[in-house]
Design a protein around this ligand. Structure first.
Ligand SMILES: [Zn+2]
Length: 337
């Protein structure tokens, strides 16, 4: 056995909480602060809160407990078994978890799969992603997939004339909707939508269309039309929404679970519970994000209420996960298959 590194401390049997990494982009707003108490400043363009990230240069840092200040990358390096269990070791954390506030319409994009992304410079992972809608203004839209008759030639013609919207499958989002975006899917977030996003930790985005807009400098933003056209999967057609039905009033101490996504990259579930939720862990890490209600997590080093937008990383070494609420709460749970 190697000697533990000098910085090693005993690994706590506790959930991990991290500092959010805020990103400002033109299309952002203020709802990351208003809805989720994220530490935004005075500006009006807070677009993304990266809740869990292990990429260069962005790193999630632990905010409380004996591992305070450690980055996610350092935790994977120093405590691979405690962090990852059956998935250890991994060179970096495989998932990226975000909250997004689309105050304005985003560009139309597509992401590559793993094989396609491996050929980019620098090589990266592909991006499979899923959206769970947390807020939606009336009349807001999401775009996911192409209409059934749209093939490459049709889309190329639409790009030439700037009339791309009629090609796109539009969704009127409701709170609780889940939209699964496999690689090769044309997609865009519309104005007024707030989502939680779980995805492979990848940064390869190919921009197909920017709604004929210009940037602050008066010029159109760069597009990657050829590359985007070549990785779109024209067989997908419209992407279907999974609509979380309103859950019935729950009896005391009961849990209602909905499986939102099961794919080869991750599993996403939604649990609504009254008073108490617990489950044995099975040697894997789990990500929990509170989306409704307030709760406490057993052994939480911050010992404050977890409110909507709070993200917890449950390390693989925790045997039992336990959440407590005085009323009803809903969490999203994400883990590797
Ligand atoms: Zn995307």
């Amino acid at each position: 056995m190697d000697a533990p590194s000098t910085s090693a401390v005993a690994f706590p049997q506790a959930p991990l909480r991290f500092e959010p990494v805020l990103k400002r982009y033109l299309w952002g707003g203020r709802r990351l602060g208003e809805l989720f108490a994220k530490p935004i400043g005075p500006e009006n363009d807070y677009a993304e809160s990266w809740e869990l990230v292990d990429r260069d240069p962005e790193q999630s840092c632990v905010v409380a407990g004996p591992l305070v200040g450690k980055t996610l990358r350092e935790l994977l390096r120093d405590y691979p078994q405690e962090m990852l269990g059956r998935h250890a070791p991994l060179p970096r954390f495989p998932l990226l978890v975000k909250l997004l506030d689309a105050a304005q319409l985003l560009s139309v994009q597509v992401h590559p799969n793993d094989a396609q992304a491996a050929r980019t410079t620098p090589p990266d992972l592909g991006k499979t992603e899923v959206w769970h809608v947390l807020a939606a203004q009336p009349g807001s839209k999401l775009y996911a997939g192409l209409k059934p008759h749209v093939d490459r030639a049709y889309l190329e013609q639409a790009l030439r004339t700037g009339q791309v919207e009629p090609c796109l499958h539009a969704i009127e989002p409701r709170v609780g909707d889940t939209i699964f975006i496999p690689p090769g899917t044309v997609h865009a977030l519309g104005a007024g939508v707030v989502i939680a996003e779980f995805q492979q930790s990848s940064d390869v985005t190919l921009r197909l269309f920017d709604w004929n807009r210009v940037g602050a400098d008066g010029k159109p933003r760069p597009l990657h039309i050829e590359a985007a056209l070549s990785i779109i999967d024209y067989t997908f057609g419209p992407i279907q929404v999974l609509r979380s039905s309103l859950l019935p009033t729950l009896p005391l101490d009961s849990v209602a679970t909905q499986e939102l996504v099961v794919c080869e990259k991750f599993v996403l579930k939604r649990h609504t519970f009254r008073r108490h939720w617990s489950r044995p862990n099975d040697q894997r890490f789990r990500i929990l994000m509170v989306i409704e209600g307030e709760l406490r997590a057993a052994n939480d080093p911050l010992d404050t209420l977890c409110t909507p937008g709070t993200t917890l990383l449950i390390p693989a070494s925790i045997d039992e996960i336990e959440l407590l609420t005085e009323s009803t709460a809903t969490v999203l749970e994400c883990y590797l298959p």
